[in-house]
Design a protein around this ligand. Structure first.
Ligand code: GDP
Ligand code: MN
Length: 380
């Protein structure tokens, strides 16, 4: 689960990482009031679950409350890479002398948390990694040993931070970031920029914070931060119905039982020259209820041109799934062609049931590859 900047900063603050004081606002008037309370110059920041807000016009300095109101009016409703701005974070403006970058993420290859630190912050970190990789200091943490202070020293000396006052503050922030990361079961924490003010104070000016969905049950306070309005409507519907669904970019809607099978179905669609529109896992069952819910979610995506329903019957019986599909088609109208591949327990019976009923838009194929090819063909 991705957190908004202001939510991430709330967690930073809880763990002792310095941030600026701010207020949340959802209307221009609230922004004005927030600016008046904070006093002086403020920065009006779009809260959206995507980066690059600055470049997209989602971050503006305001000199007084009226100016903050005007800036809020400009930013609210803005579409930043598909995310509409509904919340603003009004923060006391900082003076910036330097912009650094600090993050802690999982390196799945190394199976360890990975710190990255550079004094070349503020801009795209990918660019730093590409053009001046020597400036990006990387350091893995052994999760069993935990974080050790010498690791923070390696980071700051590696990046050639030589001011002792900065060193001291960054050492402390690095340790606190590790604490926050572990304590919240985070997958990613990123501070870009980590600024140094002209007076030499170091603080987090931005926050990217992702918490492991599977650990949210341990963090009800974080789980509560989820903004249901920011989730795409199909994904919200899927979550409510208990269907595992991830939207992708292609044209072939995918439906399968079991995450492993669905993953390989995505691969086979790619192999057949197509692009999957989504990942959708029915789980173990194949009853009409589940199929109706899943088809409802998939067909809500306007990009979907055909549907590939891939079932392997282990404990699930294919004849039951076949009846589920027919019952689902009775209960809802689907214009899309649906290609079905059934294999495993009672596959023969399942195919017979479908062939007998033979709804006009249903195509039964014997193998996964045949079915994938057919679905791709029907999508184009
Ligand atoms: P992002 O564009 O989504 O990464 O948003 P950031 O919060 O990182 O802000 C982008 C840029 O806006 C920063 O790198 C700063 O240059 C600028 N900015 C943000 N907050 C302030 C502030 O308080 N004072 C000043 N002077 N600039 C700011
Ligand atoms: Mn940033």
């Amino acid at each position: 689960m991705d957190l908004y900047e202001y939510q991430g900063k709330e967690l930073f603050k809880r763990f002792g990482i310095p941030v600026s004081e701010g207020r949340l606002a959802t209307t221009p008037d609230e922004a004005r009031a927030a600016a008046a309370e904070l006093g002086g110059q403020v920065v009006v920041k779009a809260q959206v679950l995507t980066g690059g807000r600055g470049k997209a016009g989602g971050i503006k300095l305001a000199n007084d409350p009226d100016d903050a109101r005007a800036k809020a009016e400009q930013i609210l409703g803005l579409d930043i890479r598909g995310h509409v701005v509904r919340r603003l974070w009004i923060e006391r403006a900082s003076e910036i002398a330097k912009e650094y970058y600090l993050s802690l993420t999982f390196d799945r290859g190394a199976k360890r948390p990975l710190f990255m630190f550079t004094t070349e912050g503020g801009i795209d970190i990918e660019e730093v990694a590409e053009s001046t990789p020597e400036k990006l200091v990387r350091l893995h943490v052994d999760p069993f040993e935990g974080f050790q202070p010498w690791q923070a020293r390696r980071l700051i000396f590696g990046a050639e931070v030589d001011d002792p006052n900065e060193q001291k503050q960054i050492l402390s922030i690095v340790g606190k970031l590790y604490e926050a990361f572990v304590a919240t079961d985070a997958m990613l924490t990123e501070i870009n920029p980590l600024i140094v003010t002209p007076e030499g104070k170091v603080k987090a000016l931005d926050s990217k914070f992702t918490v492991d969905d599977a650990a949210l049950f341990r963090h009800p306070d974080v789980a509560e931060m989820r903004d249901l309005d920011a989730v795409p409507p199909e994904e919200r519907a899927a979550r409510e119905k208990g269907v595992t669904y991830v939207k992708l970019d292609g044209e072939v809607g995918i439906l399968g039982n079991g995450a492993g099978l669905v993953m390989s179905t995505l691969d086979v669609i790619a192999l057949a020259g197509g692009r999957p529109a989504n990942f959708c896992d029915l789980g173990g069952g194949g009853d009409a209820e589940g199929v109706v819910d899943a088809l409802g979610v998939i067909t809500a995506d306007p990009q979907v041109k055909s549907i590939f329903f891939n079932v392997f019957g282990g404990i699930t019986r294919c004849d039951e799934v076949a009846r589920g599909i027919l019952a689902a088609l009775d209960r809802m109208t689907i214009e899309h062609p649906i290609v079905v591949r059934l294999d495993g327990t009672n596959a023969e019976q399942g195919r017979e049931i479908l062939q007998e009923a033979s709804p006009p838009n249903l195509h039964v194929e014997p193998t996964m590859l045949d079915a994938a090819r057919r679905a791709v063909e029907l999508a184009s």
